[in-house]
Design a protein around this ligand. Structure first.
Ligand SMILES: [Zn+2]
Length: 305
């Protein structure tokens, strides 16, 4: 058993630090007002987590750590939540999003364990079933807020942008943009806090080049829903395209594939440079440094720095 103690003085410092952190909802609303976006990066391990938090701390920016069902089961959702809570206890505005949770049970499990936001992804379901699923998760989030005071944001999506966070040879089949009329009804019926539109964005990176983002559609969806939008699959889109989407009302931007590529490249280079190296902190550390360059460039771009 490991016992970690702190005295009353430290506790007061801790609490005052914690008070200075706004809620994720506040950071997102403020970002949308200012025409900037909060960065969201997915992690599979604590090395990536540390690298992302190091960059966010150096830039003095809030950051959202995402873990999909697959990533969360690898790192352990309770572990990544504990890392996020530990960063917040140090006064850092680091938040946790349960990315693309596809069932009521897994979304509610993430909420109960302490995430700040959850994406209930029913985009592949028929519209009525998607709405019913999202309504149930929103009801659970609101019940948790009423009971604990913890604000939990619920995000949903309509349209289809693919499901891979890999390098893709071509645009996946079945890509479908969000209908701006249907989305107005969807947001009203479900009461979600955030919406992930399909505006030409694609999960993963299409190596032959990605379609342009439909900025007019972003404007239309913002007008119809009046809630902040979340851009998924922004890896592979041009800086200018993403900046225009942010100015039009995207308040959170997700990057996953690009940091995965950098992380792997850094690890490969370290192992090639020293094939006998077996210290994980050395070769993973090299991956982290390579990944941090991408994280820094993206955070600056999304924050308008
Ligand atoms: Zn996504």
């Amino acid at each position: 058993m490991l016992i970690v103690g702190y005295d009353l003085g430290e506790r007061v410092v801790l609490l005052s630090l914690m008070k200075s952190i706004k809620s994720l909802r506040n950071y997102v609303m403020e970002a949308q007002r200012k025409g900037v976006a909060v960065s969201h990066f997915n992690v599979s391990d604590s090395t990536q987590f540390n690298g992302i938090v190091e960059v966010a701390t150096a830039l003095d920016l809030p950051v959202i750590i995402g873990a999909s069902e697959g990533e969360a089961s690898f790192i352990g959702i309770e572990n990544v939540i504990a890392l996020v809570h530990a960063a917040r206890a140090k006064g850092l505005p680091v938040f946790m999003n349960a990315d693309h949770h596809r069932t009521y049970e897994s979304a509610c499990n993430a909420i109960d364990r302490g995430v700040d936001a959850v994406i209930i992804d029913g985009a592949k379901l028929p519209l009525k079933e998607n709405i019913a699923l999202v309504q149930r998760v929103v009801a659970h989030a609101r019940a948790v807020t009423a009971e604990t005071g913890r604000d939990v944001l619920v995000e949903a999506e309509l349209g289809y942008i693919g499901e891979s966070s890999k390098l893709l040879a071509s645009v996946p089949d079945g890509i479908q943009k969000t209908d701006p009329v249907v989305v107005e009804m969807f947001v009203r019926e479900t009461g979600v806090d955030l919406f992930a539109p399909a505006i030409g964005n694609i999960h993963g990176i299409v190596e032959s080049g990605e379609p342009d983002l439909d900025i007019e559609l972003v404007k239309q969806i913002v007008l119809n829903t009046k809630i902040p939008l979340v851009l998924h699959g922004a890896s592979g889109n041009t800086a200018e395209d993403v900046q225009n989407a942010i100015k039009a009302g995207v308040a959170i931007v997700h990057i996953n594939t690009e940091i995965r590529v950098a992380y792997r490249k850094g690890i490969e280079a370290a192992l090639q440079a020293d094939p006998r190296e077996v210290s994980p902190y050395k070769y993973l550390g090299a991956g982290k440094e390579e990944m941090k360059k991408v994280v820094e460039a993206k955070m600056k771009l999304f924050a308008g720095l």
